[in-house]
Design a binder for this molecule. Structure first.
Ligand SMILES: [Fe+2]
Length: 484
């Protein structure tokens, strides 16, 4: 019997429905949408820039049926992709589930079969047909990227699902069988080379591998173990410089045995500290920097050299630092800050400079600057004007980390998602592009798609596309320019 089979057999529990009244991520602006829509001719307040031709696509947890057992944001849910398509100033909207085997089986039954991730349990043959017994649920609900012509709905260290340009699910993407264990939800594409770098963490040794794909989508470096990793850690994001992958090993460990005993699948073990691995893109030996425990969900800028540009083999990474990951795994206070961190592999240490201690998340940059020196970050944030659940924001901030300058835009009536950048075609200046995001009305019945000029984002949206249905708050999205 495998560990999953043992967990399933010992956990023959009757999983009760999760009451939305007890979970803020199942109601209001987070409540699932189950209707798939195609809406054209949307009303625009302001003007959509004529140069913006393409689609903004965004993924997020959206359980198909009422969850059973547990529901933990942001690691549970089914994937739903929402798309705004802009063509010559006109806007249309579509949304589709990322159709996984679990969704299709649950639709046949008319209710949820798989309990929440934190239960550590999977259905056994008493619950589901043999082909899906003991199988964990696919959760391609975190991010959506396009590389080498493939549109991928990405899961947390698992197989992505490939989508058509019309958001139809084409199936599980195994990259010609070369990446069978899957990839992170946050791979990084080098804009200069077109390569995509990724990692995958595993519950069994070697616990962590990295790999790369060429600009044509072929796997150039097959999964390669990261030496020196002795336990299964959850790693949500990575950073990329022109010479290194940067992998943060915070002490958030998987504990299958605890889950089998009714405990949590994840445990926060701060005594272990946080280690950051610099993994050379050319396959050289990994170097480590260590610090007291901290957690991060997301990185922003990363580049070789120290922040003054005088460094040798130091690496600079901007990211949102948390004391711990939340999710009910620690009772300690949790502070959040945007930091610029210099990693020094010669001393094995790191130094954090706080850019802002606001309660921010979802840091994004102009992705044309991935792996290169860059000094702009956009984030979403809770302005503190009212009480918002984790993952909800009512403001966007734009930073220059080198001097801490910040611009902001706060909404009185909208809850805002992660900002994403769209470049002005043919123009390398990051101040000449646009920032965009979905926004959900505070009364959670309708939504908007907002476009901000990067030159003056704090002036407010230059275009508001009105969406007559609710787009729930979600996770990550990207602007996909029209391909010709
Ligand atoms: Fe993420």
């Amino acid at each position: 019997m495998t560990a999953s089979e043992v967990a399933a057999s010992e956990a023959r529990l009757s999983f009760a429905p999760v009451d939305p009244a007890t979970n803020p991520h199942l109601r209001g602006p987070f409540e699932s949408v189950v209707t798939e829509s195609d809406l054209t001719g949307l009303r625009v307040v302001g003007e959509v820039p004529a140069e913006l031709n393409g689609s903004y696509v965004r993924n997020g947890p959206n359980p198909r049926f009422a969850p059973i057992g547990s529901y933990t944001y942001p690691v549970d849910g089914d994937g739903m992709v929402h798309r705004i398509r802009l063509v010559d100033g006109a806007a249309s909207y579509s949304n589709r589930f990322v159709r996984t085997p679990a969704i299709e089986r649950e639709e046949q039954r008319g209710h949820a079969i798989w309990p929440g991730v934190m239960s550590g349990a999977v259905p056994d043959p008493a619950d589901v047909e043999p082909d899906l017994a003991y199988v964990t649920r696919d959760l391609p609900d975190i991010n959506i990227v396009r590389h080498a012509g493939r549109i991928l709905a990405l899961a947390e260290s698992d197989n992505p699902f490939r989508l058509s340009s019309n958001l139809e699910t084409l199936g599980r993407e195994l990259f010609d069988g070369a990446l069978p264990a899957g990839i992170t939800a946050h791979p990084k594409i080098d804009p200069l080379t077109g390569e995509m770098f990724t990692f995958c963490y595993l519950l069994e040794p070697p616990y962590l591998t990295w790999s790369s794909l060429g600009p044509d989508g072929s796997v150039v470096r097959p999964p390669t173990p990261v030496a020196g990793v002795d336990a299964p850690c959850m790693i949500h994001d990575m950073a990329l410089t022109s010479t290194n992958l940067v992998l943060f090993l915070a002490p958030l460990l998987f504990d299958v045995h605890a889950a089998m005993s009714g405990g949590s699948l994840l445990s926060w073990q701060p005594d272990r500290g946080t280690r950051v691995g610099l993994v050379p893109r050319d396959g050289g030996p990994v170097r480590w920097c260590t610090d007291d425990a901290f957690w991060l969900w997301h990185t922003a800028n990363a580049f070789d050299g120290d922040a003054d540009g005088t460094g040798d083999d130091r690496v600079v990474v901007d990211f949102v630092r948390h004391d711990h990951p939340g999710m009910g795994l620690s009772t300690a206070p949790n502070t959040t800050s945007l930091v610029r961190t210099v990693l020094d592999p010669r001393s094995g240490g790191m130094h954090h400079s706080v850019v802002d201690d606001a309660d921010i998340e979802f840091p994004r940059i102009d992705d044309r600057s991935i792996a290169g020196r860059h000094d702009r970050i956009a984030v979403s944030t809770d302005s503190g004007r009212r009480t918002l659940p984790i993952g909800a924001a009512d403001a966007l901030y734009w930073y220059r980390p080198s001097d801490g300058r910040r611009k902001g835009w706060i909404s009185d009536d909208l809850l805002l998602g992660e900002p994403a950048f769209a470049a002005r075609p043919g123009d390398p200046d990051p101040d000449h592009g646009w920032w965009m995001t979905f926004a959900t009305d505070a009364d959670a019945t309708t939504s908007q798609f907002l476009v901000f000029a990067a030159s003056a984002p704090d002036a407010g949206p230059v275009a508001r596309v009105e969406i007559p249905v609710r787009v729930p708050l979600g996770l990550h999205g990207n602007w996909l320019p029209e391909e010709h």
